[in-house]
Design a protein around this ligand. Structure first.
Ligand code: HEM
Ligand code: NAG
Ligand code: NAG
Ligand code: NAG
Length: 318
């Protein structure tokens, strides 16, 4: 699981064919200029997670959204300004939260080493810490990302939707240099957190002309989701946890898919290709295989770079 330079260079070569900008990242990037950055970020995440158990899931998802739009350049952290609506205020921002954790970490990092560490690196570190602090694997985070100067709400349309089928998911990932392997491994992020009813209602109400409910859902599970998420008069924040152990980073997600108890069509879709179905089965059977694959794919995803500067305030361009 240790970070390996030969691996990273091959990843960078593969990625360079697809992604906007490739910067060489390295795990010792701040060794001289900000040696305590890993520790500072990890303490900030720990403190926040102790007060609010939903923080780790939020940070992991925030990093994924960041990397899928303009590369991992902290564009997701920028506030809307004037007439420009930022990603944050785009449609699938539902449940993006805990931005204050990154602000706190940045404040403490700036106190130690002003003007040196990018917000994109802080978010990548925080996502790793979120996984570690939920009982998941640890890894060295390659660093040296730069922050971008653009964030547009309309670009959140580039994110994969929970209604996507396997070909649409494959395309979304391959446009970013990520394989079917990466798709299955990274979807395992859904072992953490919560979803609002709106993200899976396509499966439980008016699924299609012949079925009200997606027949790939286990009937008892579909019934409980319908109960939580009625069409009318549902509580504003109604929804379901991704998995019963939604604060523990484990391989339960893959077992649930095989039982017809995944929340999204995009989770269920991982069974549609033999290749991805085999990986789901493998990860359901072996937690170790999942954790290894997850670490490799996280390093790949978080190496899609795109920015230009080191922001002083993560919410505002310099
Ligand atoms: C494969 C394509 C993906 C789709 C279609 C997708 C879609 C979604 C949706 C719809 C939600 C629920 C939002 C809500 O209703 O509140 C969600 C939550 C979440 N996603 Fe994904 N996601 C994908 C990939 C990923 C990846 C790659 C990661 C990280 C490695 C990730 C991590 C999470 C986490 C941790 C949550 C829970 C957030 C929270 O509780 O605050 N997802 N995802
Ligand atoms: C999400 O976007 C809506 C408007 O589309 C906005 O009111 C809300 O504050 C945004 N949520 C976050 C967490 O930024
Ligand atoms: C996925 O959806 C797209 C767009 O609706 C469709 O063209 C394609 O045939 C679908 N692929 C599969 C495997 O269902
Ligand atoms: C509805 O979905 C089910 C399961 O995917 C499928 O067997 C059925 O043919 C679909 N019906 C229509 C009208 O598309």
């Amino acid at each position: 699981m240790a970070f390996n330079l030969a691996f990273l260079s091959s990843v960078l070569i593969i990625l360079s064919a697809f992604s906007p900008v490739i910067t060489a990242l390295s795990s010792n990037y701040y060794d001289k200029s900000c040696p305590n950055v890993d520790q500072i970020v990890s303490n900030a995440v720990k403190k926040a997670a102790a007060n609010d158990r939903t923080v780790p899931a939020a940070l992991l998802r925030m990093h994924f959204h960041d990397c899928f739009i303009r590369g991992c350049d902290a564009s997701v952290l920028l506030n809307s300004k004037g007439s420009n609506q930022a990603e944050k205020d785009g449609p699938p921002n539902i449940s993006l939260h805990a931005f204050y954790v990154i602000d706190n970490a940045k404040k403490q990092v700036e106190a130690s080493c002003p003007g040196v560490v990018s917000c994109a690196d802080i978010l990548a570190l925080a996502a790793r810490d979120a996984v570690v602090q939920s009982g998941g694997p640890n890894w060295d985070v390659p660093k040296g990302r730069k922050d971008g100067r653009t964030s547009k709400a309309t670009e959140t349309r580039q994110l994969p939707a929970p209604t996507f089928n396997i070909s649409q998911l494959q395309q979304s990932f391959s446009q970013r240099g990520l394989s079917l392997n990466d798709l299955v491994a990274l979807s395992g992020g859904h072992t953490l957190g919560f979803s609002h009813c709106s993200s899976f209602q396509n499966r439980i109400h008016n699924f299609n002309a012949t079925h009200d409910v997606d027949p790939s859902l286990r009937p008892s599970f579909a019934a409980s989701l319908k109960n939580t998420c009625p069409i009318n008069n549902r509580p504003k924040n109604a929804g379901a946890t991704m998995d019963p152990s939604s604060t523990t980073f484990d391989n339960a997600y893959y077992k649930l898919i095989l039982q017809g108890k995944s929340l999204f069509s995009s989770d269920q879709a991982l069974l549609s290709f033999p290749k991805t179905k085999n990986l789901v089965t493998k990860f359901a059977t072996s937690k170790e295989a999942f954790l290894d694959a997850f670490v490799n794919s996280m390093i790949k995803m978080s190496s899609i770079t795109g920015g230009q500067e080191v922001r002083k305030d993560c919410r505002i361009v310099n």
